[in-house]
Ligand binder design. Sequence first.
Ligand code: HAM
Length: 423
Amino acid sequence: MKIKSIKGVKDILPGEIEKWQWVESVAHRIFSRYGFKEIRPPIFEYTDLFKRSIGDTTDIVEKEMYTFKDKGGEEITLRPEGTASVVRSYIEHKMHGQNPLTKLYYFGPMFRYERPQAGRFRQFYQIGVEAMGSPSPAIDAEVMTMLIEFFKELGLRNLELQINSLGCKECRPQYRETLKSAIKPHLQELCTNCNQRYERNPLRILDCKVERDGEIAKGLPKIKDHLCSQCEQDFAQVQKFLDAVNTSYIVNDQIVRGLDYYNKTTFEVISKTGLGSQNAVCGGGRYDSLVEDFDGPPTPGFGFARGRERLISILPEEKLQGLEQRPDIYLVCLGEEAQKLAFPITHQLRAVGLYVEREIEGGSMKSQMRKANKLASRFTLIIGENEIKSKQYVLKNMDGGEQWEIAADTLTEEVQSRLKSLD
Ligand code: HAM
């Protein structure tokens, strides 16, 4: 029986990986401009960490976690998201003592047992950011702006930043009750899921994807009309800061988010084209009590994570040209002697930092040139019996067609300077 990969996971192969590497390099560049540093937490943690942070009654914890007992009998979960691990690490390593504002980012695989479909995987990759230590709305605006700058750098258009405020411990409980009373008369019309959410997590009814429920949700009381004065002020400030740098957004009061730790500002970035129903490329928000919930010192936080698969699938074609690395030089070796020489020559050229390819099995001139063309090598170096005798090799520019004779003992320097003259 042939072994295949598991449903909902995929290999990222050469040809595609260059896009991922490019997205990562842009993220490193943009995030470090804002003072964020990379963190690499483990991909599995004690199950309790996710249960307590994401919330017992969320879809992720109820239905989607990859949880198992390890050989020592510990309950372990493959991380479904990154915020919980970063918060755990922040507390464990006492980062609060090192800096009043800790700014971190991470890349890596996340695992959720969801129904696989276009844009939704069971192992997917996130790029996430967490800023911990400031309650200021300026942080919300700065982090969202950094995200939009990152998207711009990737050439992404047709994205929409949608923001909302979920209120805080003071105002949300009251809103929750108001919402429940307004939902009650509609319970029979709502889907089974929403009926289950009614007692445990009624705010989630607001972002139900079932069309009929969405229509009902539109007529329900809006949280923005029930915020306490502090939350109202903070949300207005966030918008002012975004306006100050022309970061465009819309307020969408149906953004609730599927994880329990959020309060105040929450947001999503939606792609208006190319992604169908799984159109959220990024989601995040404020989580002001999460660190405290894990017995850390009071530390407000704000962050986001975006799914890389969805992002990559909407990258514009023109940005993807030329991502695959071209060999600097391809050695075309004719005959046994030349084949023997090829290894030390490639070694010598690679040692100075060049990308060198050759056909290990040899072959005709035609087939080796075809291979060099296929790889889009910038130069070929032709070594045959005559060249070995005269100690002069032929270097050919594969783009322009011109060629030069090069002395064997100055080969490296000549190749380097000819390549440089092309740049
Ligand atoms: P999330 O909304 O659950 O938030 O996930 C963030 C992003 O991950 C989504 O917008 C989507 O692009 C991607 N994503 C989620 N599930 C899948 C899937 N099954 N397949 C492909 N992509 C997926 C969080 O994870 C929070 N930790 C974000 C955050 C960080 N909030 C504050 N800090």
